[in-house]
Design a protein. Structure first.
Length: 299
């Protein structure tokens, strides 16, 4: 497989939204690491109901980003241009997949160490990592139910697999896919970072080629559980701006919440912390690489 570097004029545009359900408290955390070779984005969701969810998500993101920086600066940096990407000016796909998994593993170990050293209950969190290289190599690695979606050519091209009880029930045929979002055990995970009982992590790993016009969405369950993927796609097709895409989806989220409350009152689903990161590859409106932080229309 060969990969095509992006032309110099093609860049990434991205926008991040994160809201806590209570002022001053948000168990989601996000971050990014930008270099001349590409962009690494991280998103985590500390497990609600467990002490230190906010600490866990932030520590996982910070540790993963630091591990990536260290790997990029390693003496064996020339080995990153592997056979999957001959002559590439950036990381090859084999290096990307291996390094993303290593970053996730280091985040897991940091959580275990912090809990052990400070005598804390397990610090549990999900984590999704997305790399998009300037040479066209793309990869992601995830554990838990924080998702990465890839939209391409007007359709959903790929999505990460949740490490959750409901995902397992759907795959076994015991729960129809249409019922998964409302299943009473939809928030039960089968794998998370920081779990002292986890012997071997088995994250979801993907490596492939990023193409001009690709749109990627990382989001925590507090965001995606309210939105069908067909709705995500419809809002994407209505704009070429990452912030507008996010805010369109957020409006849908609140519309669904309002209807849920009208139908079920206090027995309806409650709004959780929610976060989303949108990345558009080589969008026609993007003249340069930008992290869009315009005014929030909800403020």
């Amino acid at each position: 497989m060969t990969f095509s570097p992006f032309p110099e004029e093609d860049r990434l545009r991205r926008f991040t939204l994160s809201r806590g359900r209570r002022p001053g408290h948000n168990e989601d955390a996000s971050g990014e690491e930008r270099s001349s070779r590409g962009l690494l984005t991280a998103l985590a969701d500390g497990l609600g109901g467990h002490a230190g969810g906010e600490i866990a998500s932030r520590l996982a993101v910070e540790t993963a980003l630091a591990a990536w920086r260290r790997c990029e600066a390693a003496p064996d940096a020339t080995d990153r241009e592997d056979a999957e990407c001959p002559g590439s000016p950036g990381h090859g796909s084999l290096w990307v997949g291996h390094t993303l998994e290593r970053c996730l593993q280091e985040a897991h170990e940091a959580l275990l160490h912090r809990a052990r050293e400070e005598g804390l209950p397990p610090l549990l969190t999900t984590l999704a990592l997305l790399w998009i290289g300037a040479n066209g190599v793309m990869g992601w690695c995830s554990l838990g139910d924080t998702r990465v979606h890839l939209f391409r050519g007007g359709a959903l091209e790929a999505r990460t697999r949740d490490h959750s009880l409901v995902q397992a029930l759907v795959e076994s045929g015991r729960v129809p896919l249409r019922d998964a979002r409302r299943h009473p055990e939809r928030n039960v995970l089968t794998a998370a970072l920081g779990d002292p009982n986890a012997k071997n992590l088995s994250p979801e790993i993907f490596c492939g080629e990023a193409k001009r016009g690709d749109a990627l969405l990382l989001c925590t369950d507090g965001f995606w559980e309210w939105l069908a993927e067909v709705e995500m796609l419809a809002d994407l097709l209505a704009t070429e701006d990452p912030a507008a895409w996010i805010f369109r989806m957020e409006l849908r989220l609140y519309g669904h919440l309002l209807r849920e409350t009208e139908r079920n009152g206090q027995k309806g689903k409650l709004l959780d912390d929610y976060s989303a990161v949108a990345v558009l590859v080589g969008a026609d409106t993007a003249a340069n690489d930008t992290d869009d932080r315009r005014d929030d229309p909800w403020d």
